[in-house]
Design a binder for this molecule. Structure first.
Ligand code: AHM
Ligand code: MG
Length: 337
């Protein structure tokens, strides 16, 4: 027996009545959903189209680009440019801010995105995702500058991700909780399958790349060692561990069954500020996690309160179940004395 599920369009129309999300945001979200459907299709057919390999080029981060990184970026750029209210786009794959308007006005949108996160998973047929974030300009802009897009995550009006796993999920928040949709193959539609996603307060599962152990700061070592000590240690309970090398897959798992995800700044990546990018990875995921009742921190402060200093800035990330993130923050506080 199949249950009749709400379509994305119907959900957005209801949201428009309930919480007043505007017509432009609806159109933008539908264009993002279209982008994700196209990217999912390309990934699924990647081996036949011979597009799972790398390109000759590097992105601004100095990372080799996969062919699908470039394809996904082009799809996001063309579809997000449809909405007349979008003033600028910031992509992980493009060095400069892309301005679509000469004289952006108060209320125009800035859209930040990582078109294909975790793309090292492509050749091994594991999950990857796309991440997006939207803020509104607070004033008319007198001139176009990179500084104009350096807006705190707390100002996001919408954020979300698409997970290209066994099925394609679209999860987003416009500031009224978090809802998850699944693309129904053959129908062209995203249907509401995970309404009002919520994180439990506590967890016994953590996710971290443990091969970086020797580079971690003391609070992170302490936290992981205490988890591994299990029932005999100070935490007094057994912990499970997962690492998918795809932040979107980690966050989706945490939204589904709880957990905590850590990609901290450590002695090996400190010169860059960490690994994950603030504007199109940490901020949108932080917004989603908070909207689902969790917490997102650098270890020492709320991610959404960090004033960005660069549009490709990296940052330390600890996010997930509230009580567990607070434990980690308390270890950083102990370290500061
Ligand atoms: P990317 O944007 O270049 O794909 O990098 C981000 C990804 C995250 O999805 C994931 O959590 C992390 O990098 C994995 O890093 P590692 O290679 O240390 O496992
Ligand atoms: Mg990424």
């Amino acid at each position: 027996m199949t249950t009749e599920r709400q379509t994305l369009r119907k959900f957005l129309l209801q949201e428009q009545e309930k919480s007043g999300i505007g017509q432009d945001m609806m159109l933008l979200l539908e264009d993002i959903a279209t982008s994700c459907r196209i990217i999912a299709h390309q990934i699924r057919n990647g081996p036949f189209l011979d597009i799972l390999g790398t390109t000759e080029t590097s992105n601004v981060q100095g990372e080799t680009q996969k062919q699908l990184d470039v394809i996904a970026n082009d799809v996001f750029l063309s579809h997000c440019s449809n909405c007349a209210r979008v003033a600028a786009l910031v992509s992980e794959e493009i060095d400069e801010v892309i301005w679509l308007k000469d004289a952006p006005k108060k209320g125009d949108y800035l859209v930040y995105f990582d078109p294909l996160d975790g793309s090292s998973n492509l050749n091994v047929n594991l999950s990857v995702g796309s991440i997006f974030s939207v803020v509104e300009l607070e004033d008319d802009l007198a001139e176009l500058s990179n500084e104009a897009v350096l807006i705190k995550g707390a100002k996001q009006i919408c954020a979300g991700y698409s997970l290209y796993g066994p099925s394609t999920s679209l999860v987003f928040s416009t500031g009224q909780g978090v809802n998850g949709f699944t693309h129904k193959i053959g129908s062209g539609e995203f249907l509401l399958t995970f309404p009002d996603m919520k994180l439990p307060e506590e967890t016994e599962e953590f996710a971290i790349n443990a091969s970086r152990f020797r580079s971690w700061d003391a609070p992170i070592r302490r936290y992981v060692e205490e988890c591994i000590d299990g029932e005999d240690g100070v935490r007094g309970k057994s912990f499970n561990m997962r690492w998918t090398a795809s932040m979107v897959a980690e966050v989706h798992r945490i939204l589904t069954r709880g957990g905590v995800f850590l990609y901290p700044k450590d002695s090996a990546n400190a010169h860059m500020g960490g690994k994950l990018r603030l504007l199109y990875e940490a901020n949108p995921m932080g917004f989603i996690v908070e909207q689902a009742g969790g917490r997102a921190s650098t270890g020492t402060e709320r991610i959404l309160d960090v004033q960005p200093t660069g549009h490709h800035q990296r940052i330390s990330v600890v996010l997930g179940c509230k009580a567990e993130v607070e434990v980690i923050e308390s270890y950083f506080a102990d370290e500061r004395g």
